[in-house]
Design a protein around this ligand. Structure first.
Ligand code: ATP
Ligand code: MG
Length: 504
């Protein structure tokens, strides 16, 4: 049994448990079919494969012509119902037919019958189409992307097929397989073929091609995006406790930490006032750990075809796992989740299911090395289960910057615009800028620069002071919100900075 990949083991287990309908989502028909055939052998059951183009075929008798009479989707269901012997029926691309109410009904009736038989129907399709009326009867099985071992074995196979063409030493080969995680076997094969065309062999030159292909895969995914972010925490003013927390976990990803008995770090949640550096810090974490940064746009999983949201989420999370170690950044978590719920009338529980898919994953992920950084600024719209213990290593509250932090932030933004902070009276500017957020302080610097530029002279402290005077900070107009956030955070989150803002 251990020979079978996970999803095929699931098939075996469900068949034994008499689950009548199984649904496998994958593009890789060939690979999956091979494993399912193995599962059938293990179950000592016959295995039939149905294609709309040829009908029903017994895989144990490859020479025999398929039964054409069962070519129509309705016909194959009737046929399965009548059949006596125990068997596993694999229907390819049946999802396309589930749009028809008649077939849905037929499948549902069939499922009823199958419960008391030894027959199982397995739908294998590249995407999940699950009509509500079938939801309770169908078990969806996730097909993981090829494992390290599968990729390695595949590379071996290629080497055997074309001896002498693979020129990789042990370390190079290991690196290639590791970076190919997240690819299907087909994608790996195509990429290696490309290397062959370019270099005449599969050598170290294949590695950049694999990495490029991986970016392509991320780009094609609906909800993930590779973010290239060069700046680190030196660009973040204040938030000393957050920085200290990370500093102490600097080597948390190392082998040494694992040997010491430490679990891999899971991630952070940053909650707080608008424009105070949550997104900025999230991006800086990736730089701090020197990991690739993937932005997960939860809102986008709801786009497109209805019924695919959960699948989109699952795919995105699986892809992130395949790229691990990496930082998965979920920005404005509450907006993406609740926004979709209110905007679509026929949501039909989709949002709830997406949230539960994400929370379950946050809780149970075994795959080490996806460091999640989530940010939010409206806790009233945040599903509370997302913040329960165990989802993150720590929840931080990011408040308005205190006086010394505002000086820090002003200095950072002046330096960014090639001005020496020492030349200005930043103490005075920071004092005047009471209640300003980091984003507003950045605006102050920009506005002052414009002012000086218009007068064709160098920037001076007065320009900064004037810009401060002309700004009404959000914390004034939204004082109530800020207070609410703070009182929420008091018992639930750790403070991101040791100095408190004077604004109450
Ligand atoms: N602590 C800070 N240090 C330096 N710059 C800051 C700081 N906070 C905010 N900024 C500036 O303001 C910009 C906006 O901040 P950021 O996007 O991180 O805010 P946020 O907390 O994510 O806000 P929101 O809740 O609106 O998403 C940053 O790109 C940065 O230029
Ligand atoms: Mg933000």
């Amino acid at each position: 049994m251990s020979e079978l990949p996970n999803y095929a083991q699931d098939v075996v287990a469900y068949v034994k448990a008499r689950v009548p309908l199984l649904y496998l989502v994958s593009w890789e028909e060939e690979r999956i079919l091979r494993a399912v055939e193995q599962a059938a052998i293990e179950l000592r059951q016959r295995c039939y494969v149905w294609r709309v183009t040829e009908g029903l075929r017994n895989v144990a008798l490859p020479g025999e012509a398929p039964d054409k009479r069962a070519r129509e989707p309705a016909a194959v269901l009737t046929r399965i119902r009548r059949e006596e012997a125990s068997a596993l029926y694999v229907l390819l691309d049946f999802h396309a037919h589930l749009e028809q109410p008649l077939l849905r009904r037929q499948l549902r009736d069939l499922a009823q019958d199958l419960v008391t038989s030894n027959k199982t129907v397995l739908i294998l399709a590249p995407r999940l189409v699950l009509p509500v009326e079938l939801e309770k009867q169908v078990r969806v099985i996730d097909v993981q992307l090829p494992t390290h071992g599968e990729l390695d074995a595949h590379l071996d196979q290629i080497r055997r097929k074309a001896p002498g063409r693979v020129r990789l030493d042990g370390a190079e080969r290991e690196e290639l397989v590791r970076s190919a995680q997240g690819m299907t076997l087909m994608e790996l094969e195509q990429t290696l073929a490309l290397a062959m065309v370019k270099d005449g062999t599969i050598g170290p030159g294949a590695l950049p091609l694999v990495l490029r292909e991986k970016e392509q895969i991320v780009r094609k995914s609906t909800a993930l995006e590779c973010v290239h972010w060069e700046a680190g925490f030196e660009q973040v003013g204040g938030l000393d406790l957050l920085k200290e927390f990370l500093e102490r976990r600097k080597d948390a990803f190392s082998e040494e930490a694992r040997r010491f008995g430490l679990p891999a770090p899971r991630g952070l949640c940053l909650i707080g006032v608008q424009g105070c550096g949550k997104s900025l810090s999230a991006k800086s974490v990736a730089r701090f750990y020197r990991l690739p940064l993937l932005r997960f746009d939860v809102g986008r999983v709801f786009a497109g075809i209805v019924g695919r949201s959960e699948e989109n989420v699952r795919n995105a999370l699986a892809l992130a796992e395949s790229i691990a170690p990496c930082v998965l950044w979920i920005d404005e978590l509450e907006k993406s989740l609740s926004g979709s719920a209110s905007s679509s009338v026929s949501d039909a529980g989709t949002t709830a299911r997406v949230i539960s898919t994400i929370t379950t994953w946050l809780q149970e992920r075994t795959e080490q090395g996806v460091y999640v950084v989530a940010t939010a600024n409206d806790i009233s719209r945040l599903p509370p289960e997302l913040l329960r213990k165990g989802r993150f290593d720590e929840i931080f509250y990011v408040d308005l910057p205190a006086l010394s932090e505002r000086e820090d932030i002003l200095a950072i933004h002046l330096r960014k615009r090639a001005r020496e902070p020492e030349r200005f009276d930043l103490g005075a500017v920071a004092t005047a800028a009471r209640g300003f957020s980091g984003a507003e302080l950045e605006e102050v610097v920009l506005a002052a620069l414009y002012e000086a530029f218009a007068a064709r002279r160098e920037l001076e402290t007065v320009d900064l002071l004037k810009a401060v005077g002309q700004t009404v900070p959000l914390s004034t107009t939204m004082a109530e919100t800020v207070r609410g956030l703070r009182s929420w955070a008091t018992n639930r989150a750790r403070r991101a900075s040791s100095v408190a803002s004077e604004v109450t």
